[in-house]
Design a protein. Structure first.
Lengths: 165, 380
């Protein structure tokens, strides 16, 4: 194959892409849809349930304050601290619950694996940016809130190429 | 100590002339990655080269001595976050052997699928950087975009885009999501169709061929002598792939074909990973077909597993860059006594000083990046 033919073929291959659909995800307007409601773990079988490893969700009625999540995080990120919860929110005997610093968290989900009481799960919420470092520290009360999500974009493959529809 | 001091005798480099100029490329230069390459040039030609890795050393091996076998998982994948399943694979295999854990059959297949997907993700990233090094910005945009297809699959499986932390001693963290086989097959097939289009725009492009052919030729003998692995070794004509030569997990049940090229120049080294990606697509399709449709994927462990007395183990896998080994020594405690990673990046780097001698300075990026070198992995 000659040099000229090679260059023409290379250019032609690029020009074909004018007719192919755009693959880019237009992020703030479109958001990717994930499987499930976030990474969860079933202590009875010892196997997790697939989902995005995003912000945690703490179920106050299940948490016993056993600190296993905090111990699991010790060697990884040291992001979980056990804090006193106010008397009116008190759910367990020790009245301590995990508080997570998302400035340190690496979203590995080992804390979820460690929880034997179905109290700590992860959600599909990944937009956690804050103007201050203190804003990244989520208290037990903040962790109990279910995130409001609008994620509906999925990769679709057609004859004219892949696109985020 | 300079790297050139430990070269085999007869290959040691020495100063040629007084008019030689020394250039520091890196460590914060876009053309070097996180490492410094000290090159001495005579006019436009390189006469000596001294790679200086170590800029991003973070003591992963020492960190592993203070954490137990489970909490080692998230930080041991950090050296190569875009190949995180493969970089963790030998550690997980070794930990399973010394802890005496049986792995369910389905978990082994899930691991193979994740490992092959990750190999493609790594290679696409590598190819994107190789394209932009050579000034071919289309070849930066296309792989970076098509990589998203596979990242999306890994996100569905593990819940994270790059740092998966998915492999764990005893299997994998979670089962595949519902309907994954169909989605995986559809996206992998489209991915394979897309990478075949790279031939016209990149690999058959006369401009690329003229820039990379016959530059940095690594002969078959020298490739073996320097101890290079992976695509660099296969581009020099040595048929060596651990997936075939020393199969781990279920690779012995799959039909794996290795791609070998005889030229040993930059062009061959850049083409072999691309051919390997098509082979990876084949392996994924085979594994999806042969995988048991149901069953457990993780053996339940005690909270702090430990070995019965002292034990040592060495396991190696074929990563995106070559054979990656992990040597674990245990003294019976919950933490390993020593974890040593034998990384392919550093082995491939040893070949670089001799490849660059006599090349033009402008060819340095194409030779350097074709060695499939990832600085962070070499430093650990």
């Amino acid at each position: 194959m000659g040099t000229a033919t090679g260059i023409i073929r290379a250019l032609n291959s690029g020009i074909k892409h004018i007719a192919i659909k755009r693959f880019t995800l237009r992020y703030p307007e479109e958001k990717l849809k994930f499987v499930g409601d976030g990474y969860q773990f079933d202590p009875s079988t010892g196997v997790g349930i697939a989902g995005l490893k995003g912000r945690h969700m703490l179920f106050h009625d299940h948490c016993t304050g056993c600190q296993l999540c905090s111990i699991a995080c010790e060697g990884v990120a040291e992001a979980i601290a056990m804090v006193k919860v106010p008397e009116e929110q008190k759910q367990n005997k020790k009245s301590i619950m995990p508080q997570i610093d998302y400035g340190k968290c690496v979203f590995c989900g080992l804390c979820v694996d460690a929880c034997p009481f179905y109290a700590l799960y992860m959600t599909n919420d990944y937009e956690l940016s804050s103007f201050t470092k203190e804003g990244l520290i989520y208290t037990p009360a903040q962790l109990a809130v279910k995130p409001y999500l609008t994620q509906d974009s999925e990769i679709q493959i057609t004859d004219r190429g892949a696109t985020h529809g | 100590m300079k790297m050139t001091d430990i070269m085999p005798p007869g290959l040691a480099l020495k100063k040629v002339d007084e008019r030689i100029m020394t250039l520091n490329v890196g460590p914060q230069h876009p053309g070097s990655g996180h490492m410094r390459i000290v090159v001495q040039i005579d006019g436009d030609y390189i006469v000596a080269c001294d790679p200086d890795p170590g800029y991003v050393h973070r003591g992963e091996e020492k960190m592993a001595e203070y954490r137990n076998y489970i909490t080692n998982v998230p930080h041991l994948e950090r050296p190569v976050i875009h190949d995180s399943c493969n970089v963790l694979y030998p550690y997980v295999l070794g930990a399973e052997e010394i802890l005496g854990i049986e792995v369910p059959e389905r978990a082994k297949y899930v691991r193979v699928i994740c490992s092959e997907l990750n190999r493609c993700i790594y290679t696409m990233y590598w190819l994107a950087i190789y394209g932009i090094f050579l000034g071919h910005s289309t070849m930066f945009m296309w792989p970076a975009g098509d990589r998203e297809l596979l990242i999306d699959l890994m996100e569905k499986v593990s819940g994270a885009r790059v740092t998966h932390a998915h492999f764990i001693p005893g299997g994998v963290r979670n089962d595949l999501p519902a309907n994954f086989e169909d989605v995986c097959l559809r996206q992998v097939n489209y991915f394979e169709k897309r990478i075949k289009e790279y031939a016209a725009v990149f690999y058959d492009n006369p401009i690329l061929i003229s820039r990379t052919q016959d530059t940095g030729v690594l002969s078959r003998e020298n490739a073996i002598r320097y101890g290079t692995t992976g695509s660099v070794l296969r581009a020099s004509g040595v048929d060596y792939d651990l997936r075939v030569k020393a199969p781990y997990d279920v690779y012995d049940e799959l039909d794996v074909h290795t791609n070998v090229m005889k030229e040993g120049d930059s062009y061959a080294r850049s083409k072999v990973p691309w051919l390997d990606m098509m082979e990876s697509c084949n392996i994924i399709r085979q594994a999806l077909q042969k995988m048991p449709k149901s069953g457990s994927v993780r053996t339940k462990l005690k909270p702090n597993p430990k070995t019965k007395g002292p034990a040592t183990v060495y396991k190696r896998v074929e990563s995106g860059r070559g054979s990656l080994g992990c040597y674990i020594v245990s003294d019976g405690k919950t933490e390993p006594y020593r974890v040593k990673m034998s990384v392919p990046s550093f082995r491939n780097l040893l070949a670089m000083p001799n490849l660059l001698i006599g090349e033009k300075l402008g060819n340095m990026p194409s030779v350097y990046w074709s060695l499939n070198y990832w600085p962070v992995e070499a430093d650990r």
